[in-house]
Design a protein around this ligand. Structure first.
Ligand code: GSH
Length: 270
């Protein structure tokens, strides 16, 4: 069994950030290669074996391969139990796992959708304005829900930073990138400032900023051009597809299908 831990990752992925924060908190050293052809819908090699959906994060620990950030986090917690990131009590563990599920599915779909409009220009004019406004309202609604989840706690995990926090921070930081910061005076806003002082969280936020669509490292025009040519396909999976449809973008889905620049998950390779 090889001894290196490899996390296939893209710094912008909030799911990848969840896993990196856990590894950093536990002091597990890892390499984080960017998979070849990520986003093309035609990934190959070892990455495609480890990640049959062609998604980051995907994790290799010697002979063990794991995909999906939630499953990877569970594996990491089992494999390197100290310091524990999940709370002790079963009810608390269930509480933070529900938080994680809500962020991974409903919340992420909104920031992903905003990116489709702002960065990938899937809509323009009145439709774009309407979808952006609706996304902002949806985020405000989730912020009210998150605020209530803190219920007098300093941390989503309970008395100290943990799973509940690392599952929320990357997604809220993503929303800030679209101009939707929580009110700094709110409970959530104060948590947001506190969590970003944490070294593990700050490292991931810096790495994301360095490759963001408005950074020097990435030419958004080149990415858009690749998308126009169908070389770069956006994955319209699960809740993302729901978001597009419920937020008024059903024509965007049909247009993307016609132009072959959106993709769905295919049967896993055998
Ligand atoms: N449920 C998965 C979602 C992972 C995911 O959506 N990853 C995106 C990046 S944020 C990805 O790799 N997309 C590949 C693509 O669009 O082709 C998880 O929790 O790991």
């Amino acid at each position: 069994m090889a001894d290196s831990v490899i996390l296939y990752d893209h710094p912008l992925s909030p799911y990848g950030q969840k896993v990196k924060i856990a590894l950093l908190e536990k002091g597990v050293s890892f390499e984080a290669p960017l998979p070849d052809a990520i986003g093309s819908g035609t990934t190959g090699g070892r990455f495609a074996e480890v990640s049959p959906r062609g998604e980051v994060p995907a994790f290799l620990d010697g002979d063990t391969s794991v995909f999906d950030s939630t499953v990877i986090l569970e594996y990491i917690e089992d494999r390197w139990p100290t310091p524990a990131l999940l709370p002790d009590a079963p009810a608390e563990r269930a509480r933070v796992r529900m938080l994680e599920d809500a962020m991974d599915t409903h919340f992420e779909a909104i920031t992903w959708g905003l990116s489709e409009i702002v960065n990938f220009r899937r809509a323009s004019g009145v439709l774009a304005e309407r979808m952006l406004a609706r996304g902002g309202e949806q985020i405000a609604g989730w912020y009210r829900w998150l605020d209530a989840q803190l219920e007098g706690r300093d941390w989503f995990n309970g008395g100290a930073f943990g799973w509940g926090d690392l599952c929320v921070a990357p997604f809220v930081n993503g929303a800030v990138g679209f101009g939707h910061a929580p009110d700094p005076a709110s409970v959530l806003g104060r948590w947001h400032a506190r969590v970003n002082e944490r070294d593990s969280v700050a490292q991931c936020a810096r790495a994301a900023a360095a490759v963001g669509f408005d950074s020097d490292a990435v030419s958004l025009d080149a990415v858009r051009e690749a998308m126009e040519q169908g070389l770069f396909k956006r994955e319209y999976r699960d809740h993302r597809l729901e978001w597009m449809i419920k937020t008024g973008g059903i024509d965007i889905v049909q247009d993307g299908l016609a132009r072959h620049n959106i993709r769905f998950v295919e049967p896993f390779p055998v």
